[in-house]
Design a protein. Structure first.
Length: 283
């Protein structure tokens, strides 16, 4: 039944309420980020002005200049990039093999393994912090990017395996059968046939794992003392005195750290959206 023709008043009321709800949700989600952007372009003396005066205050780039001139922030960016990229590459490598085995082969204990992976993925970080600290100290990986990469695998690999396993199950079996008929081995089938089809899922899981590793704070704070990641560096920002809280530089650093994530989403949005539900066999 066409509500627009039968009851146009109710139809336009529903559309109006729907768009009002969308606007309210958008404002609620975007307002903190927009306020952080405004704060990053305001001087220290303007931060405690009334809202209208704060919005109309003159723009300055001194906060960004201070952030980029900070050696700790520069090292933190490099260290975070190394740790996040390393975590993503390792988790995708092992996660792909595990997802292929769990999604394609039948063996005893398969469901139990999946439930264990799911349980590990939802386990709180603080619960495993003590055991991880003992391992990191035993293997002398304190202040080492390898130590953070290995610790981040606790939450990146379970997520990667779970998502990729669901995707592998939906890949038509005709692709593997055709590859096996042509004489391909299971590894050749995985690398030359399934990996190209899994590319949208690999991009999606890799991007989400990168975001989690890039923003992680607790492990980075615990397992490092000098080679800090960006979130820890930002949290340790200090002002000219113990009573001075540099909100402007903190917001500027936060915006700088967020820009790479937004850029990655914009670059790979086509890969993320397209192909996830598309069939792999034509005809």
């Amino acid at each position: 039944m066409d509500l627009k023709r039968t009851n146009p008043g109710l139809y336009y009321l529903q559309r109006t309420l729907f768009y009002l709800l969308v606007i309210v949700i958008a404002v609620y989600l975007l307002f903190p980020f927009l306020w952080a952007v405004l704060t990053s372009f305001r001087g220290s003396g303007d931060l405690f002005l009334p809202p209208l005066q704060f919005i109309q205050a003159p723009t300055t780039l001194s906060n960004y200049a201070q952030v980029f001139a900070n050696p700790s922030f520069q090292r933190g960016l490099l260290f975070s990039l190394i740790v996040a990229v390393g975590s993503v590459l390792v988790s995708l490598l092992f996660g792909s093999f595990a997802a292929y085995a769990l999604g394609r082969f039948r063996f005893k204990g398969k469901q139990l393994i999946m439930y264990i992976i799911l349980a590990v993925s939802v386990f709180p970080q603080i619960a495993v912090l003590g055991g991880l600290f003992t391992l990191i100290r035993t293997f002398e990986l304190f202040n080492n990017p390898l130590g953070l990469i290995l610790s981040y695998l606790i939450f990146t690999i379970p997520f990667t395996v779970w998502v990729l396993t669901s995707f592998v199950r939906d890949i038509p079996g005709e692709l593997e059968e055709a590859a096996l008929v042509d004489g391909a081995s299971p590894l050749q089938t995985l690398f030359k046939v399934l990996f190209p089809v899994m590319m949208p899922a690999l991009v999606t899981t890799g991007l989400l794992a990168f975001i989690n590793a890039w923003n992680e704070y607790l492990f980075a704070l615990t397992f490092t003392s000098s080679n800090r990641t960006v979130p820890v560096v930002i949290a340790n920002y200090s002002g000219a005195s113990q009573y001075d809280q540099p909100w402007g530089p903190i917001m500027a650093a936060s915006i700088v750290v967020t820009i790479p994530l937004i850029a990655l989403v914009l670059i790979f949005q086509r890969n993320i959206v397209s192909g996830l539900t598309a069939g792999a066999v034509k005809g």
